[in-house]
Design a protein around this ligand. Structure first.
Ligand code: F6P
Length: 561
């Protein structure tokens, strides 16, 4: 138990409340920029190849100083150092939190229980690289000798979102002669649509599950195995006797596992030689740079995968070493706290201006909301302050024609991150560069409009009739961060993810919550298991509430029709 004062009773917290209620009662970005011509330059930091402009935020130097005092008082950097050292900062699961070790350089030493985990990390990376190269080159063949052309990854949550997001993000770098699909939903439609046009003889299933007990993943993997074996049995190969005898050889050629649980992997029938290991100190939502990234490595190749890890490491080093006032994850975390706790902002939008980042925000939803969606502190006491925001967003220009209206003129304050790139990826250069400039013109125009708006006088000066002036007025003062990089490379993707990982960490540290457990997903899982017999057999479920009992009865009646 800690005996430090509760967060909201800290003098650093009340100083921020006073500041918000006093000088920052009516923040005005136009005035801030007029009074300080150097503001844009002063409020820009660099982390690796990322340029991060936070000048369009409702802050002054005093705000930043007070936020930094809060970070110091809550010892954010102390917890950061404990994380990097491998201390068990995931208190409720008594685990180290060492996703940073997944991208440590080969010669680094990070010990957990007296063992250097970096050596283990690189040994698995090497094993993954050998396998990835064999699949990419066609040397790894399926059961009938055909080369693998399809890689279907089955996983959910952290064992799906990362690889699926990164595959989309790095699509121009992927082996175009291979097809990659990702199956996560226990709705059979997901698997059905993923495999219906594939030849099983050319298909490799990558089953990704840290625990190897997750019902959605095991169910989908079991169905995939049946699909594979059924196709071999019916499909005119001469191997049906092997299929009848359990199909172990077929499974061995077509299934690999990414897991921490060797026992369960073997029980499922996957050869332990085809298992790529990771460890309990890698949280699910922090795992895609571990063995969980195998399908991504097959897609982009081991060298590019390593470039991505180098990118992660660049921002890890920045977070570890940059001084507080230039530390990008710290600053972004503090800004998040500023709006979440002192402006009552409920949500945070992440708006990438890159079609390749179409799954980026969905990935961040798990990273942020599973990490910081907590209502008790690290000691188990209820928190009296707001914790993690609702994170949402889609690629920018599509959002502009959908929900940006509310961000510009609605009644809610929605801080937003705009992520953009100076160049389209190489593949598009030449043909589509002009289109990229148009995309980015929108990118810059939006943050300008959000920050500075349009006054009634400016609207009138355009000859707008009086009755329309209020409708065409933009109040501005909508805060945004602009994150700009040259190009969406594997390294830059790694940098972006590490930036957000550490931002989420900073916020959890300030709110004094355990950002690394996820007990909140357990109850639904337990109840689903209890309800299932009621659906399948009409069994009575003791303790089922009247609403759910009636709904289950209606479901069974409707299903019969
Ligand atoms: O939904 C909770 C969760 O434990 C996530 O944190 C995790 O990423 C996901 O389930 C998948 O778990 P596993 O990798 O063990 O299948």
């Amino acid at each position: 138990m800690t005996d430090s004062p509760r967060l909201t009773r800290r003098p650093e917290w009340t100083a921020l409340e006073d500041h918000r209620g006093g000088p920052l009662l009516h923040p005005d970005l136009r005035a801030f920029f007029e009074q300080d011509p150097g503001r844009a330059e002063r409020y820009t930091v660099r982390a690796g190849d990322l340029l991060i402009d936070y000048s369009k935020h409702l802050i002054t130097d005093e705000t930043l100083a007070l936020l930094q005092e809060l970070a110091a008082a809550t010892d954010v950097f102390g917890l950061r150092d404990a994380m990097f050292r491998g201390e068990r900062i995931n208190v409720t699961e008594r685990r180290a939190v060492l996703h940073t070790a997944l991208r440590a350089s080969r010669d680094a030493v990070i010990e957990v229980d007296g063992e250097n985990v970096v050596a283990k990390v690189h040994s698995v990376l090497d094993k993954m690289a050998v396998f990835a190269d064999r699949v990419r080159s066609g040397e790894w063949t399926g059961h009938t000798g055909k080369r693998i052309r399809n890689v279907v990854t089955i996983g959910i949550g952290g064992s799906d979102l990362g690889p699926a997001m990164a595959y989309e993000a790095l699509r121009p770098y992927t082996a175009h002669e291979l097809t990659f699909r990702f199956v996560s939903n226990v709705d059979g439609a997901d698997l059905h649509e993923a495999v219906r046009d594939l030849d099983p003889a050319e298909t490799l299933f990558v089953v990704a599950s840290k625990t190897f007990t997750t019902i959605e993943t095991i169910t989908n993997a079991t169905s995939a195995r049946s699909w594979l074996l059924a196709e071999f049995a019916d499909g005119g190969t001469s191997r049906s006797s092997e299929v009848e005898s359990g199909g172990e050889k077929a499974v061995a050629r077509h299934f690999v596992a990414l897991s921490t649980n060797a026992g369960k992997v073997t029980e499922f029938g996957i050869d332990p030689d085809n298992m790529f290991e990771f460890w309990d100190w890698v949280g699910g939502r922090y795992s895609y740079d571990s063995a969980i990234g195998l399908s991504l490595m097959i897609a982009i190749g081991p060298d590019r995968f390593r470039e991505m890890l180098d990118g992660f490491r660049l921002v890890d080093e920045h977070f570890k070493n940059a001084p507080a006032e230039a530390n990008a994850p710290l600053l972004l975390g503090l800004l998040g706290v500023w709006y979440n706790n002192f402006f009552d902002a409920q949500t945070h939008a992440v708006l990438p201006y890159s079609h390749y980042l179409s799954k980026f925000t969905a990935y961040l939803q798990q990273l942020d909301m599973e990490s910081d969606g907590k209502s008790v502190d690290r000691d188990g006491h209820p928190v009296e302050w707001q914790t993690g925001p609702v994170v949402w967003g889609t690629p920018g220009t599509n959002g502009q024609h959908a929900y940006y209206q509310l961000i510009h003129q609605g009644t809610k304050l929605i801080p937003a991150d705009f992520i953009g790139f100076a160049r389209p990826v190489d593949e598009l250069s030449g043909g589509l560069e002009a289109q990229h400039d148009l995309l980015m013109a929108n990118f810059f125009a939006q943050t300008q409009a959000l920050a500075f708006g349009k006054t009634p006088d400016e609207v009138r000066a355009e000859g707008v009739p009086d009755e329309l002036v209020p409708h065409k007025t933009f109040k501005g003062n909508r805060p945004t961060t602009t994150i700009l990089a040259t190009e969406l490379t594997p390294s830059v993707l790694g940098q972006l993810i590490a930036l957000y990982e550490h931002k989420v960490f900073v916020q959890g540290a300030i709110w004094n919550i355990d950002s690394f457990d996820q007990w909140g997903v357990e109850l639904g899982k337990v109840l689903a298991k209890r309800v299932e017999p009621a659906l399948t057999q009409g069994a009575e479920v003791p303790g089922l509430d009247p609403s759910t009992t009636a709904l289950v009865a209606a479901y069974r009646t409707l299903r019969k029709k």
